[in-house]
Design a protein around this ligand. Structure first.
Ligand SMILES: Nc1ncnc2c1ncn2[C@@H]1O[C@H](COP(=O)(O)OP(=O)(O)OP(=O)(O)O)[C@@H](O)[C@H]1O
Ligand SMILES: [Mg+2]
Length: 341
């Protein structure tokens, strides 16, 4: 700035003196200053473009790094025959697994579990027991160090991950809602679904009730991460998505945050529609869920410590009874528990 304005000052000083002395006309001096301004502006623009280019080059390098990243989970060279739709039999065989970031402690140990098609199994256990890890292994986000996971008798490692994940619908603890319309958010479950299909899915997920009350119905734009929706509403949209996707296997990580009684009942009913006829593996935090499960599996520090129905497990006492007393017991169960004690 100093150099620029200093330069202008010097030109005016020297030029002004020449004009006074009659060597230069006032018009010539103004024209010269005008040209200088244009030339200086152009030079400044070039240097700006250069620095933009440099920044773009830096960003591109990072982009290419990302594009060149090889996933540790690779599709096999010759994937097992991919029947379009599997039946949804799941089996964990003697899994030993530690997260790559923490190899010294096993997140799951000697974990074996089999689900027949259409079975509903609830996973319960204290925080950090390895419940979410079970879902992550089934989705093949990681490969176990020991043992194997099978779907319809096929080892996951012999399947194309895309084919595998096309068999599974996930309703996560905190559903991802995009900053887009309700319609587009639900359609994410099956891109290309018609508007009628989306409406039907919303109906079945008990979402129509609140969607019609939004200012523009299905066209309403939702905020980033669904900030304009309540927790129960986000979950019902996520359930509608899973219904639209219509997969044989359903993974459900129930929200820990408590819903009020009314939306809890809505979500529960929506889930019952969704679970019908699907193999369901659910991380349960709610009483209604464990009650409906065909089987409950109790996990503690990566090990299965008990299995059975709600009543059986209560009768056995132990970790399940303690968890149940803390988390989801009603009066009648407390009586059962005292009886057991
Ligand atoms: N990405 C990761 N890297 C390293 N360790 C992990 C990772 N994710 C989870 N763990 C560890 O693995 C163990 C099991 O975690 P997991 O997320 O399966 O627990 P959880 O049963 O789902 O718990 P919560 O009920 O709190 O969700 C925990 O001890 C946790 O600290
Ligand atoms: Mg978890």
């Amino acid at each position: 700035m100093l150099v620029t304005f200093g330069g202008v000052g010097v030109i005016l000083w020297v030029g002004g003196r020449d004009v006074l002395a009659g060597n230069l006309s006032a018009g010539e001096l103004s024209a010269f200053i005008f040209y200088c301004a244009i030339a200086a502006g152009a030079t400044a623009a070039i240097s700006e473009v250069l620095s933009d280019l440099q920044r773009a080059a830096g960003a591109t390098e990072r982009l290419f790094e990302l594009l060149d990243t090889r996933p540790t989970i690779e599709a096999p060279a010759r994937p097992a025959a991919d029947s379009a739709r599997m039946r949804g039999a799941l089996e964990f065989r003697d899994i030993g697994f530690a997260y790559p970031a923490r190899l010294e402690t096993n997140a799951l140990e000697r974990f074996s579990l089999a689900l027949v098609p259409g079975e509903r199994v609830a996973l319960v256990g204290p925080s950090g027991a390895g419940k979410s890890t079970v879902l992550a292994l089934l989705l093949r986000f990681y490969d176990p160090q020991a043992g194997s996971v099978h779907i319809d008798g096929t080892d996951l490692r012999e399947l194309d991950p895309q084919v595998l994940r096309r068999q599974i619908a996930v309703v996560p603890q905190d559903p991802v809602i995009f900053a887009a319309s309700v319609l587009e958010n639900v359609r994410y479950g099956r891109p290309g679904a018609s508007r009628e299909d989306v409406e039907r899915a919303c109906d079945a997920a008990y979402a129509t009730e609140f969607v019609t009350r939004l200012p523009q119905g299905l066209e309403t734009q939702l905020g980033e991460r669904g900030v304009t929706l309540s927790g129960g509403q986000r979950q019902r949209l996520s359930i509608a998505r899973a219904l639209l996707a219509d997969r044989p296997v359903l993974l459900l990580d129930e929200a820990t945050s408590s819903l009020d009684a009314a939306s809890e009942r809505m979500v529960q009913r929506a889930l019952e529609t969704l679970e019908r006829g699907r193999t369901t593996l659910v991380i349960a935090h709610r009483f209604a869920t464990v009650q409906h499960a065909d089987r409950i599996v109790v996990l503690e520090r990566g090990v299965i410590v008990a299995q059975g129905t709600h009543a059986e497990l209560l009768r056995q006492g132990g970790l399940y009874a303690r968890l149940a007393a803390l988390q989801f017991l009603g009066a009648e169960d407390s009586a059962l528990l005292e009886h057991a004690a």
